[in-house]
Write a protein that binds this ligand. Structure first.
Ligand SMILES: [Zn+2]
Ligand SMILES: [Zn+2]
Length: 343
C-alpha cells in the first residue's frame, strides 16, 4: 500500500511506526487504538488500549475489566500526540462510542474510518466527514445493488405486520451491540409504547445504552415461562436464536431479521426469514461514495468488504484507490449462529 509513509500493513493489521501503535489489531499488540466495540475490531489481550470511554466500557462488559493491561480514554475531538503523529477520534455513526481515527503528520492526514454509516441513528452521534489526504474505508456494502431503505420505513413494515397478525409474536433478529438498541429506539420514535422483550443475550449491552442516557422505554427480559404468552409482542433476539428451539415456544412466531444483507432475497430465504428488514449499521453504496467525496481525499484505501467496485469507482473520480484485503474483519452483519454476539 502506498498510503502515508507512517502507516503500514502488518499481519496484525494497520501499524503506525512513527507513533508505535496498531489500529483495530487482529492479534495482541503492545499498543492498540480501537475504533469501536464490535468483536472483530475490539479484541482482548492488548497491552495499552486507547479508545473512547464508551468503547472501553463495552470492552470491559464483554471481556471483563482486565481485557488490557492499561487503558486510556480519548474524547471525540480531543488531540493527542503519539511519537510524531497527532491523533484524534471523530464520530463514525456506527454504534455507541464508535470513532474514525484521524492521524496527522507534518506532511499528511490519514483517516481510518472503522465501520460507519451516514444514516441518522438515535443511539449514537452522527458521522462527521473529516478532510484528509488518504481515507481508509470499509466497504461491507460496496456494490451499487446495496441501496439501503430508510430505516423508519422498515420499522413501519414491522409495525404493519404486527397489526396484521396481532396474535403472533414478532421475533426480530438483531446484533447485540448497536443494532438491537437502535431498533428499540426507532420503534419508540415510531410511537410504539409497549414493553419490548429482550433475549438474555441482549440485556447487558442494552442496559449499558440505557445507563448512557439513551431513552429506550420499557424493556424486559424474556423468561422461559413468558414465551407462550407473548402473542402480539415484539421480541429482540440474536439472529441465531431465530432458528433455535428457543424461538418455537412463542405463539406462531414471525421471524424478522434486521440487517443490510436483507436486501439480498436469497439470504432472507436461506434463513427462513418471513419479514426481512433492511436496517444496516454500515454505509450503503451511495454512502460510501459520498463519504469518499466529502473527505476530499486523493487516495482511498479499502480495508474489507466489497472493495473492487468501490476502487473502480474511485479511479473514475480521479481518486487513487487500492484494496487492502484485510482479513479478519468479519463483518458483524454476517453473523455466526452463536448466542447473540454480532461476530
Ligand atoms: Zn462494526
Ligand atoms: Zn466490522
Amino acid at each position: 500500500m502506498r498510503a502515508a509513509d507512517f502507516l503500514s500493513l502488518t499481519p496484525a493489521g494497520l501499524y503506525c511506526a512513527a507513533g508505535d501503535f496498531f489500529i483495530d489489531p487482529l492479534r495482541s499488540v503492545p499498543r492498540a487504538l480501537i475504533t469501536h466495540g464490535h468483536s472483530d475490531h475490539a479484541r482482548p489481550g492488548h497491552g495499552q488500549v486507547l479508545a473512547t470511554r464508551e468503547t472501553l466500557a463495552i470492552m470491559a462488559l464483554r471481556y471483563g475489566a482486565s481485557f488490557a493491561q492499561s487503558t486510556q480514554t480519548i474524547a471525540y475531538g480531543e488531540k493527542l500526540r503519539l511519537g510524531s503523529i497527532d491523533i484524534s477520534f471523530h464520530p463514525a455513526g456506527h454504534v455507541l462510542g464508535s470513532a474514525q481515527i484521524r492521524l496527522g503528520s507534518s506532511q499528511q492526514v490519514v483517516v481510518v474510518s472503522g465501520d460507519y454509516k451516514r444514516e441518522a441513528d438515535p443511539t449514537c452521534l452522527p458521522f462527521e466527514p473529516i478532510a484528509c489526504d488518504t481515507f481508509i474505508t470499509e466497504a461491507t456494502f460496496g456494490l451499487p445493488v446495496f441501496s439501503h431503505s430508510r430505516s423508519m420505513d422498515e420499522i413501519g413494515k414491522l409495525l404493519a405486520s404486527r397489526n396484521l397478525f396481532p396474535e403472533r409474536a414478532h421475533l426480530v433478529g438483531a446484533y447485540a451491540l448497536g443494532k438491537a438498541q437502535r431498533l428499540i429506539a426507532l420503534l419508540r420514535k415510531a410511537g410504539y409504547e409497549r414493553p419490548i422483550y429482550l433475549h438474555g443475550a441482549m440485556e447487558k449491552l442494552t442496559d449499558f445504552y440505557i445507563s448512557e442516557g439513551i431513552d429506550l422505554g420499557l424493556t424486559c427480559k424474556v423468561t422461559a415461562t413468558d414465551r407462550p404468552h407473548l402473542g402480539g409482542e415484539i421480541v429482540i433476539c440474536p439472529p441465531g436464536a431465530l432458528q433455535d428451539l428457543w424461538s418455537r415456544k412463542f405463539p406462531d412466531p414471525v421471524a424478522c431479521f434486521a440487517s443490510g444483507w436483507m436486501k439480498v432475497r436469497a439470504r432472507a430465504r436461506q434463513r427462513a426469514v418471513e419479514l426481512p428488514l433492511v436496517i444496516s449499521d454500515h454505509a450503503d453504496w451511495a454512502g460510501l461514495c459520498a463519504t469518499a467525496q466529502d473527505t476530499g481525499c486523493s487516495q482511498l484505501l479499502v480495508t474489507h468488504g466489497e472493495a473492487d467496485a468501490l476502487v473502480h469507482w474511485a479511479k473514475t473520480q480521479g481518486i487513487d484507490a487500492e484494496p487492502l484485503h484485510l482479513l479478519g474483519y468479519g463483518d458483524e452483519e454476517v453473523e455466526t449462529a452463536e448466542a447473540g454476539d454480532e461476530a
